[in-house]
Ligand binder design. Structure first.
Ligand code: ADP
Ligand code: MG
Length: 377
């Protein structure tokens, strides 16, 4: 077998992009005791999906290590992680295509493998390997999808026009699916999934292989669907797409290593909010030392220039005035401060490192991966 590439499995160049040291490539011992996450619904709203202690094995291989999460209606939940982390398996369990080896899964409060037809039709599923009929044109493909669900002819005609426009295939409406490029076929699959206007969308890597501009358009469309009351579960390997989700489950090696809103994940990863500070002159080491002592300061790092610092505080909103006061007193004022928002690649690498440190009992102080994360929606 070929040796694993350095860096995070599936993201061999993550460390290069972020400058953050990758975890070892050796098999992770920490996968044995998974953290638990609960995403409770607000105000007693019925859950669309619920996973309780879900383990999935294929033969002897454990591919999901006890997932706990739930999906309330009206949100976009992103399941984000590298290839092989268990995204498709999670989605298939959610839809009753697989049964859990232990634990329980419900969809609309029921066993997903025994859903009534009326509930099944509420689901729009785009598998990762959506198969299109190569001889049907793009438009015929959508009409065919409509006929499977008994969408009336007139409605199907209007919807197929709208959906072709949404996925930017209007000009290709007459081209046969077999002649479309990979990215175009993916977009056509997405349109076919949306044809019967389901209220729960499960999309397995809908943006894979699609150019960045169109990915933004697709995410905009998905958010519109959410705004019209639909619930979406969307998987992706593009970590930056976390930004488009209401809540995110970060998965790695069959475990949820972090869960929350994009802002919560940033906060968990960095231990607070970061800002870049530039002063009039080089920062004295004693000033930096006093800064580190302040109770609201989490971390202080030097930058390339001697007059710059990157400071992490517990909360930007609360602590910014205090920080400004400190620089007024200690550094003659004139501090320029600007929030620094780390990239999601950086966040992901930090969270993987935290999960690993927490499992090995060498937590660096702000990893929270071993405790239940409660997300109030
Ligand atoms: P992802 O969608 O995140 O790429 P998958 O859920 O497809 O990940 O796969 C997770 C792990 O489970 C991988 O190691 C994969 O090889 C394994 N796996 C998935 N499906 C099967 C299956 N039907 N039989 C055996 N192993 C599987
Ligand atoms: Mg997959």
């Amino acid at each position: 077998m070929a040796a694993k590439p350095p860096g995070i499995a599936g993201y061999p160049d993550a460390a290069m992009q972020t400058g953050v040291a990758p975890p070892d490539a050796a098999p992770a011992p920490w996968v044995a005791s998974p953290p638990r996450y609960t995403v409770p619904a607000s105000g007693g709203t019925p859950l669309v999906v619920s996973f309780v202690d879900v383990v999935k094995r294929f033969g002897k291989e454990v591919v999901l290590h006890g997932l706990n999460f739930s999906v309330p209606p009206g949100q976009v939940l992103g399941i984000i992680g590298p290839s092989g982390s268990g995204k498709s398996t999670t989605v298939r369990l959610m839809l009753g295509m697989y049964r859990p080896s232990s634990g329980s899964v419900t969809l609309f409060g029921q066993d997903p493998s025994r859903l009534k037809r009326v509930d099944r039709e509420r689901v729009g599923y785009m598998p990762q390997d959506f198969v299109l009929y190569p001889t049907l044109t793009a438009e015929e493909t959508l009409r065919f999808a409509a006929s499977l669900y008994g969408v009336p002819w007139k409605q199907a005609a209007r919807r197929s026009r709208e959906l072709l426009q949404f996925v930017d295939l209007t000009e290709a409406h007459n081209r046969r699916a077999g002649d479309l490029s990979g990215g175009m076929r993916r977009r056509l699959s997405l349109a076919a999934t949306l044809m019967h206007d389901p209220d729960f969308l499960v999309l397995d890597e809908p943006t894979a292989g699609i150019d960045p501009i169109l990915r933004v358009t697709i995410w905009d469309g998905l958010k519109q669907a959410r705004d019209s009351g639909k619930t979406l579960v969307v998987t992706t390997q593009y970590i930056t797409e976390a930004e488009y989700c209401d809540n995110v489950l970060l998965v790695y090696e069959g475990m949820i290593i972090a869960a929350g809103t994009p802002d919560q994940l940033r906060h968990t990863a960095t231990g607070g909010d970061m800002l870049d500070v530039r002063l009039r002159q080089a920062i004295e080491p004693e000033v930096a030392a006093r800064l580190r002592q302040l109770p609201f300061v989490v971390a202080v790092k030097g930058r390339q220039r001697p007059d710059e610092l990157r400071v992490t505080v517990h909360s930007l909103t609360n602590d910014l005035p205090l920080l400004a006061a400190f620089f007024d007193l200690e550094a003659g004022g004139q501090a320029e401060m600007e929030p620094y928002v780390p990239s999601f690649e950086d966040i992901f690498v930090r969270l993987v490192n935290h999960a690993r440190a927490a499992q090995e009992g060498t937590s660096d102080g702000h990893a929270s991966t071993n405790s239940a994360t409660h997300i109030t929606l």
